[in-house]
Design a protein around this ligand. Structure first.
Ligand SMILES: Nc1ncnc2c1ncn2[C@@H]1O[C@H](COP(=O)(O)OP(=O)(O)OP(=O)(O)O)[C@@H](O)[C@H]1O
Ligand code: NI
Length: 306
């Protein structure tokens, strides 16, 4: 059985411009001890999907379908139950440390807040636990009383990782955690993520296909709110089945940097038929008429193409 089973998830966001279809009939399983990548162009709904898993959707969101964890549908749980799951079972590493950390608190004070909120233990033990936690992510104990602005981007990302693993969650949702980092720092963070996810599951949301390749067992490709392909990582890179995935791989430097022509559709006005057909190089007449389903294409392989 999967650790997390997303079934027929639809997320709609009410905006002035109309309803944004951020997730459309998403079916996705995250297995035990698996790192699953989620890739796709900007605005295709990756972060909204990630937030749905931790019960942190924006107020204007309406979600239907099921997110099954431990036999329970998270979408049907009251906030109190979700608070118990968040952090302890499913934790998110947020995109931007600068906006997620409080600038007027030292790193120790922020981590203490994280612990104090959950555990009724004396201050002394919290200090020791915090030192231990920071050591796990490669930060010296002597930096404990520094403020966020005294840390580099890579070090702040380590603090964010520490906060996310503080309660040993079974699933980490990591959203663009290497964004904006210099190359060497980025690969150090990748190695740290590999270490801290050695015996847990992760959904890794990223634009960086090389990072996804280095970390993930399987990759799900999202386009205009839909999953269009799921496969084992190496097959995604060596023999992608969906023309959109082929386009993403073809846009990599190693493949000659050929971007996919055109833009993704706005999520308030989706094209009929296959959502990718206006940009697809191999489209046929039926592609503008029939909306393809995600269908199995061999073991562990799914594609949404006619
Ligand atoms: N709070 C919100 N209210 C209304 N629309 C939103 C809200 N948050 C996101 N959206 C819209 O939902 C869609 C999906 O956004 P999301 O942030 O999930 O995309 P993404 O794939 O994570 O993009 P990126 O790669 O740029 O982070 C976008 O069209 C976005 O404009
Ligand atoms: Ni995002």
């Amino acid at each position: 059985m999967a650790l997390l089973d997303i079934q027929h998830l639809n997320v709609r966001l009410a905006t002035r411009a109309g309803m944004v279809a951020a997730s459309s009939d998403v079916n996705l399983r995250i297995r035990h001890d698996e790192r699953l990548g989620l890739i796709g162009e900007t605005g295709c709904g990756k972060s909204i999907l990630g937030h749905a898993l931790v019960g942190l959707l924006p107020e204007n969101a309406v979600a239907t379908g099921k997110i099954i964890y431990d036999g329970e549908n998270l979408l049907a749980q009251p906030e109190a139950a979700l608070q118990n799951i968040r952090g302890r079972h499913i934790a998110m590493i947020f995109q931007d440390p600068h906006s997620s950390l409080n600038p007027v608190l030292t790193v120790y004070e922020q981590l203490m807040e994280v612990y104090r909120y959950r555990l009724k233990v004396p201050r002394q033990s919290i200090r020791a636990m915090t030192v231990h936690l920071l050591e796990r992510v490669g930060i010296d104990a002597e930096r404990l009383d520094d403020y966020p602005h005294q840390f580099s981007g890579g070090m702040l990302q380590r603090v964010m990782i520490a906060m996310a693993i503080a309660f040993q969650p079974r699933l980490l949702v990591a959203d663009e955690i290497t964004k904006g980092l210099d190359r060497p720092v980025k690969w150090k963070i990748v190695n740290l993520i590999r270490e801290v996810t050695a015996r847990r599951s992760m959904l890794l949301i990223t634009h960086d296909l090389q990072v996804a390749r280095a970390l993930c067992d399987r990759i799900a490709v999202m386009y205009a709110g839909e999953i269009v392909e799921i496969d084992r990582t190496e097959r995604i890179f060596h023999g992608p089945a969906h023309p959109y995935t082929q386009g993403l791989i073809g846009a990599l430097p190693a493949a000659g940097l050929h971007p996919i022509a055109g833009q993704p559709p706005g999520l308030t006005r989706l094209p009929a038929g296959c959502r990718f057909h206006p940009r697809c190089k191999v489209r046929e007449r039926a592609c503008s008429q029939r909306h393809p389903q995600l269908r199995p294409l061999g073991e562990d392989r799914y594609v949404r193409c006619i």
